[in-house]
Design a protein around this ligand. Structure first.
Ligand code: AP5
Length: 222
């Protein structure tokens, strides 16, 4: 059986936090398409140069580019039959691209969170850039303020976590990504191979994680 899981949810819902923990628990490779793009920007690669301004404006990178990024990642990690995607698909065209490449999804995990909580989550987020480890100044603080727990290196804030850009990202989410909720819910009703889990993300990281793992275990994944 394949194990192809995707996370759906607005910016700041905890997709990255939960995907990282789930990957460890299930032993599956996980990718954050946002993190792949941020690495390309930091490296100044041709891809990075093309996407930098789009990301800083809180807009989506084009579907063609993102499908190429994801396919490249799946190939280099030999991950066609088992993966966790954090941040892909983000449009109906991207969801259709998965199906067109015979990468049918087995489980959709939707993290549900209101816009008001999202702004608080993102404006308090601090990131260890080299590893992608994520902290929150109130909800998941590092042991020493401003420093990564494992390396002691400084933490930074993402350029797209400014209040104005957060609002823009939320708008883009509601317009372009939220339709995937209905898309996958309808697909799950027709196709017994697809499970749709909707998780209330407005609880602690540990509670969200435990509920998700229990639900996946009940489905035979994990
Ligand atoms: P991406 O990096 O994917 O950003 P995003 O979807 O906006 O999601 P975030 O990473 O902001 O949030 P998250 O849900 O992962 O939350 P996190 O776990 O960090 O994409 C960035 C950009 O790249 C996009 O805007 C776009 O331009 C481009 N892009 C990427 N993929 C694309 C695609 N497929 N197509 C087109 N463009 C694409 O948690 C947030 C904070 O809350 C953290 O501080 C965390 O510690 C804290 N936290 C997490 N869970 C909890 C909890 N339960 N309680 C309290 N605090 C919590």
């Amino acid at each position: 059986m394949t194990k192809r899981l995707i996370f759906l949810g607005p910016p700041g819902a905890g997709k990255g936090t939960q995907a990282e923990r789930l990957a460890r628990a299930l032993g599956l490779p996980a990718v954050s398409t946002g993190a792949v793009l941020r690495e390309a920007v930091a490296a100044g690669s041709p891809l990075g140069q093309q996407v930098k301004a789009v990301m800083e404006a809180g807009q989506l990178v084009s579907d063609d580019m993102m499908v190429a990024v994801l396919m490249g990642w799946l190939e280099s990690h030999q991950a066609r039959d088992g993966f966790i995607l954090d941040g892909f698909p983000r449009t109906l065209a991207q969801a259709e691209a998965l199906e067109a490449h015979a990468l049918q999804v087995d489980v959709v995990v939707e993290l549900v969170l209101s816009d008001a909580v999202i702004v608080e989550r993102l404006s308090g987020r601090w990131v260890h850039k080299p590893s992608g480890r994520t902290y929150h100044e109130r909800f998941h603080p590092p042991k020493t303020p401003g420093l990564d727990d494992e390396t002691g290196e400084p933490l930074t804030q993402r350029p797209d976590d400014q209040p104005e850009t957060i609002r823009q990202r939320l708008q883009v989410y509601h317009q372009q990504t939220a339709p995937l909720v209905a898309h996958y819910q309808a697909l799950a009703k027709r196709d017994a191979q697809l499970a749709y889990l909707s998780v209330d993300a407005d609880r602690s990281i540990e509670v969200v994680q435990a509920e998700m793992l229990d639900a996946l275990q009940a489905l035979g994944v994990g």
